[in-house]
Structure formats: structure tokens, C-alpha cells
Write a protein that binds this ligand. Structure first.
Ligand code: SF4
Length: 454
């Protein structure tokens, strides 16, 4: 049995603070193998190195794990300012000054650029992809005096083992995230069968869905509602509405058990039946986050999205018919963007009635994603150039500052269109001061019938 001290290093609170689910899953895997685990959330501990130092000295770990959630904000206006790796490096220095325990990195941000981040942060080992079972295996190996490679990589077995684990929730943390307008996430499946040109997720977490039993998902929800008084959940699946309709079995199970919870998730804005939306609404769906990504068929194709803008309009209409607020995230400046597609795309957005739209400028280039190859071919970045510090892709057919001005002028005419995303964060802070809790973008949508004047 080893003593393992886990740290969630994420301090980003935009668009909302997110419960460190990855750390809870790793804690669950380690505990189930008999290890003694402590969970330390750097955000909830006021980002204090003094508290971190005290906690490590008290716990006396044999191993320390750090979960890295974000490299930066992925928003070209703020990415440089909120670069997270410098803080991860400082956390590692504090750990090393207080214990000789090996430091193991993991989490979604680490998995994108493992070699570079391990070197920059100065840790001993790293785990790519699903971390729970892999971390336990690494400890077994090291405890038996065996050699271990500096970086371990997940496979289908580790993904499927991790997906069925029950997260080890921490009461102090569920209270913290409830109090600070945060979200508590749950995963019903891992992996993604799609192949969007800017994304590395299928490569890291598998290119097909690996599902959790609906009954286990419902057990997790019941535990959160009963033991932690959580009333609202975010399903963090890459895409909630899978083509095989597995998502509907989750909604059915919530209804069958009569669990009182509201929930939201990321949706693919594909054709969806009204009766399916209605079923989800009855089970607690209160808002939909749509990965629309582009505003024009040309740029949708450029991102390798296999739906059209007509599909998006249909999806949005179904949400409106069911009176479920929908937010669309749109990235301008991607492959295929021209002045014409920007103009026509902004016109297209007016077809999306009664919804919220967040506009982004440029696309963060990540190694291994199709857009990285494209950027090299177009001479935008050099092959082998470092990508730890953010570089954003812009179509060679547009001039970014002119594009931003055009978007800003169009977006300021609509109350529920937000550009740049930081404008939404300011609005969110104001609404929280007025007593609104949790993610509040959906409050911008109203389905009340307009008053008729006689
Ligand atoms: S962006 Fe979403 S839908 Fe597209 S490949 Fe990545 S995870 Fe899948």
C-alpha cells in the first residue's frame, strides 16, 4: 500500500469552475487497489503554495500525481495571458522542495504534448490518456523495483477500465464548486468517432465510444444528489447524442429511477427527433451546448464536420420547439474561411432563432491534429516548431484583424451574441453578483410569448 497525494492544478474558472472529475476517477482507481489517497484542489485551496506545502508535509506521500486540465484558454484573445504551464511548474517545484516522492503528470492537457510538458514542468513520469488504471499499474511496477518508461500511454483496456470507475467525490470540493457557481461533471462514455480537423481527443481517448453502463451512471447521479446535495450535472462526454442512441438510455434510466436532477451536455447539432428532445427534457435536460463550430457549409467542411448549416438550423429549431435554451460555439477564421464566407456566415447565424452564440477568432493549433499538418503545408508554422505556447490558425484567405472587426460589428447588434468570449465572462460575473448561480448563458434566452398590444 502506498500513500498517494493527488493535485488538480487547474485554476481556470471561465466559463465556469469545473469540479476536478479526472482526479476523482484516479483517486477511485488507486483506492480500489488499497492505496491511501489525498485529493488537493489548487483552485479550492486559494492557489496557495503554503497550503500545498503544509498538506504534503502532513500527508508524507510516496507518490504525487498532478492532473493538468488546460494548457491555455484556447481563445486567441486571452490564451497568452492565461497560460497554465508556468503555474504547473511552480507547483512541481513546491512538491519537490517538500518530498522526495516521484511526481507523475496526467490529464487532458498533459496528454496533448507529453514529452514537452514533462520536460518543461520538471516531473518524473507522465501518463497519456485514461489515468486511473495506468497510475495504479505504474505504482505497482515502481514498488516492485521495476523500471518504468517516463511516459505511459493508454489503450482500449485502460479507457474501458477507467470509464466504469465510480468517481471518488470529495465533500469539501462538491461544496466548494456549488458555492462558487461551478459545475460537477460526469462522463457516460469516453472516446469520439468523429474527426474534426482541430481536435486530438479521438487520438488520445479512442476513436470509438467506450460506454459506462447506464445503471452505473444513474448510481453516480444518485450518490451526488443524495450524499452531496448536487442538483445540477454536466455530462462531459465529447458528444452526448451518439448515433446509436445510447444517450437516450441514460435519460430513460434517470426517469425510471425518478431522480430529481437537472442536467446539460455537449451536443452535435445534427438532425434530432422532437420526441427524443422531449424525453431528455422530462429527465432534466435544461440547456444544450452545441458544437456547431462554423457558420457556413464551406467552413463546416473545412473543419471536417459531417453536418450542414441546414442541420444546425433544424437542431436549433427542435430546441426552441421544446423550449430548451441552446448555445452555439462558432470559430471564425478556420480552413476555407474567406471574406465571402464570413459575410454569408454572419447572415446564416441570423437563421438561428432564440439562442446564444459565442464567437471565437482563430483555432488553437495542437500537435497531431489535422490542422497542424495543414498549417505546416500552408507555411503558417514550421515543421517541428514548438506549440507549447499558443499559436492560432487563420485561413490564408483572410486578414485576422479585419475579420475580428467585422464579427464584432455584427455581434454587437444582438444581445445574445457574444464576441470575444471574454465579453461573456464579464457579463457572467455581473449576473453572478445579482445572485444567479452556475452556468448562466441560458438565462439570455426567453421563450415567453411577446406581449400583444391592442
Ligand atoms: S471536436 Fe468533439 S466531435 Fe470533433 S473529434 Fe473532437 S471530440 Fe469529437
Amino acid at each position: 500500500m502506498s500513500r498517494v497525494f493527488l493535485i488538480s492544478s487547474n485554476t481556470m474558472t471561465e466559463p465556469y469552475p469545473a469540479y476536478p472529475l479526472g482526479m476523482a476517477i484516479v483517486a477511485s482507481a488507486l483506492s480500489s487497489r488499497g492505496h491511501k489517497v489525498a485529493q488537493f484542489d489548487f483552485l479550492a485551496e486559494a492557489q496557495s503554495h503554503t497550503r500545498l506545502q503544509g498538506a504534503i508535509q502532513k500527508f508524507k506521500p510516496d507518490y504525487v500525481g498532478i492532473s493538468l486540465r488546460n494548457i491555455d484558454s484556447a481563445d486567441s484573445f486571452t490564451a497568452e495571458k492565461v497560460w497554465a504551464l508556468a503555474s504547473d511548474r511552480e507547483i512541481t517545484k513546491t512538491i519537490k522542495a517538500n518530498t522526495g516522492a516521484p511526481v507523475v503528470l496526467g490529464g487532458p492537457a498533459f496528454s496533448i504534448m507529453p514529452e514537452e510538458i514533462l520536460g518543461y514542468v520538471g516531473a518524473d513520469y507522465g501518463i497519456v490518456g485514461a489515468g486511473g488504471v495506468q497510475f495504479s499499474d505504474l505504482i505497482d511496477r515502481l514498488n516492485q523495483g521495476q523500471e518504468a518508461p517516463p511516459i505511459s500511454r493508454g489503450n482500449d483496456v485502460s479507457h474501458s477500465n477507467d470509464v466504469s470507475l465510480r468517481p471518488l467525490w470529495n465533500k469539501k470540493l462538491t461544496k466548494y464548486y456549488t458555492k462558487h457557481n461551478g459545475v460537477v461533471g460526469l462522463q457516460t462514455k469516453r472516446g469520439c468517432p468523429h474527426n474534426c480537423v482541430y481536435c486530438t481527443y479521438p487520438y488520445l481517448d479512442g476513436d470509438s465510444y467506450i460506454r459506462k453502463e447506464p445503471g452505473l451512471v444513474a448510481d453516480d447521479i444518485e450518490q451526488l444528489t443524495k450524499d452531496h446535495q448536487i442538483t445540477s450535472i454536466f455530462f462531459t462526454d465529447s458528444v452526448f447524442n451518439d448515433a446509436e442512441d445510447g444517450y437516450l438510455t441514460i435519460a430513460e434510466e434517470i426517469l425510471r429511477r425518478d431522480i430529481k436532477v437537472e442536467w446539460t451536455a455537449f451536443f452535435r447539432p445534427d438532425r434530432i427527433e422532437g420526441r427524443d428532445m422531449e424525453l431528455m427534457k422530462r429527465s432534466g435536460l435544461y440547456a444544450v451546448e452545441a458544437g456547431t463550430d462554423a457558420a457556413h457549409d464551406v467552413t463546416l467542411a473545412g473543419l471536417n464536420k459531417s453536418f450542414s448549416f441546414d442541420d444546425v438550423v433544424h437542431f436549433n429549431g427542435t430546441c426552441c420547439d421544446m423550449e430548451i435554451p441552446c448555445v452555439h460555439y462558432i470559430m471564425f477564421g478556420g480552413p476555407g474561411e474567406t471574406e465571402k464566407t464570413i459575410r454569408e456566415g454572419l447572415d446564416n447565424l441570423t437563421r438561428l432563432k432564440n439562442c446564444v452564440i459565442f464567437g471565437f477568432s482563430g483555432i488553437r493549433i495542437l500537435p497531431g491534429a489535422g490542422i497542424h499538418k495543414m498549417a505546416i503545408e500552408e507555411g503558417f508554422v514550421k515543421e517541428g516548431a514548438p506549440l507549447l505556447e499558443s499559436i492560432f490558425y487563420f485561413s490564408p484567405e483572410i486578414e485576422p484583424s479585419r475579420m475580428n472587426e467585422t464579427i464584432e460589428n455584427a455581434f454587437k447588434k444582438e444581445r445574445s451574441w457574444i464576441f470575444p468570449p471574454s465579453a461573456g465572462q464579464e457579463m457572467q460575473k455581473v449576473m453572478h453578483r445579482f445572485g444567479f448561480h452556475g452556468p448562466i448563458w441560458h438565462k439570455l434566452v426567453s421563450f415567453k410569448k411577446p406581449r400583444v398590444r391592442y
